[in-house]
Design a protein around this ligand. Structure first.
Ligand SMILES: [Zn+2]
Length: 110
């Protein structure tokens, strides 16, 4: 079974782009091409995203604490912050696009 298979109808209703944009379990998700069921990236992706965010946050804190003490860090402080921010935005989407199974969105529409 492919990771792009829809959990509701069993057809390959997603591609790397739509899967990457489907978000994690607390997001609205993307509708399946065939049955329209809103799907999101499952538990694995949600856990990975949470851990990755924590690592990026730890990186921010460490850089903030240590940059003034090390010249090579201090001169690169701002680009490093930008790099980490970009990583936080891009890496989870890329990983979601190519790894982990999808699951039906459990978020209720208001
Ligand atoms: Zn479907």
């Amino acid at each position: 079974m492919s990771i792009y298979t829809c959990p509701a109808c069993g057809k390959k209703g997603f591609n790397p782009y739509t899967k990457g944009m489907a978000g994690k379990m607390n997001s609205k998700g993307r509708p399946c091409k065939y049955c329209g069921t809103r799907c999101v990236n499952g538990k694995g992706a949600t856990i990975f995203n949470a851990i990755f965010s924590l690592i990026v946050f730890a990186g921010f804190v460490l850089l903030f604490l240590y940059a003034p003490q090390y010249h090579f860090l201090a001169i690169r402080e701002v680009p490093l912050y930008i790099l980490m921010l970009l990583a936080e935005l891009i890496v989870p989407r890329l990983v979601n696009a190519f790894c982990f199974r999808m699951t039906e969105s459990i978020r209720l529409e208001l």
